[in-house]
Design a protein around this ligand. Sequence first.
Ligand code: FAD
Length: 307
Amino acid sequence: MKSHYRAVVIGGGVVGASVLYHLTRFGWSDVALIERAELTAGSTWHAAAGFHAVNADPNVVALQDYTINLYREIEAESGQDIGLHMTGGGNIASDPARWEWLKSAWAVFQSVGIETARLVKPDEIKAICPIVEVTGVLGGLHDSNEGHLDPYGTTHAYAGAAKKRGADIILRNRAVELKARAYGRWDVATEQGTIIAEHVVNTGRLRLVLLQCRHEIRGASLRHAGARQGDAGRWPAGTLHRAAVAVRRRQRGQLSDAQATRDAVRAVGFGTGRGDDVHPCRRLAGRRPQCLLRETDHRYRGVTDGG
Ligand SMILES: Cc1cc2nc3c(=O)[nH]c(=O)nc-3n(C[C@H](O)[C@H](O)[C@H](O)COP(=O)(O)OP(=O)(O)OC[C@H]3O[C@@H](n4cnc5c(N)ncnc54)[C@H](O)[C@@H]3O)c2cc1C
């Protein structure tokens, strides 16, 4: 690990590894990725890792199409098998509104240059996938450029290719704080020392905030919610986002400790539904209700601000 980098990426999931790879691809080799544990230690490890380009936003459609077409390239460049299976895939509609939407999705595909997708009639759907019951189905959107892959292999492929292009990958090194310096630089405090970076890309932030929440209410609340300790990585991004918004609003003084705690707790569903979900920390001996966000803020203030 060097003491200075042009860019530091925090988090070694598929997003952090991809960001690192793209920085090197576009010419920045003085870059590093910092991961608190191992690559894919977060949500990425859990993913079924199916992929498609369908999205309501044409820009995301184009981005997803770009990524799908990149997989073979990073596999070849890194030499890492990514377990790519191009099965093809589709969406079907059994009500008029959904059918209209699929037709508009196909039009968006055309507008961004995706030629692998086509609208299909019920008998074609049956021919492609005989186990589908097509009674009442109006039609579908099939794309041969869909499939699934191995998220572990893919993350390692991005990281390996980035490494070949000059990037450093630093594992078992948690980022604990970000401090702004003069001239727009950052002090990235890590368990292995402080790095000065011109740019920081934080891809561990939402999970990072929630992991601290999980730590704080370990045990009782999660069990109450019917969840296991390892489930934090499975929370959907929207849930994590709502909890992180509560943390931010608390930092900006827009919410009190109690209000923000309540919002974050509700977002991640720790409650029992019996009215005692406002302050799960009450169930922890010697803890005050506000401890959850207070400690999260304290420990990660710099990191969450820098995201
Ligand atoms: C069960 C499940 C199924 C899914 N199926 C699909 C699917 O079929 N298709 C699909 O596209 N997506 C799927 N997803 C979503 C997909 O897995 C995530 O969108 C993706 O993995 C997010 O990657 P990430 O890099 O943003 O986050 P993560 O993989 O969570 O990576 C964040 C990393 O940051 C690290 N980190 C956190 N804090 C710090 C710190 N302070 N310092 C250093 N490092 C830190 C963590 O250890 C972690 O490795 C699924 C997710 C789950 C949970």
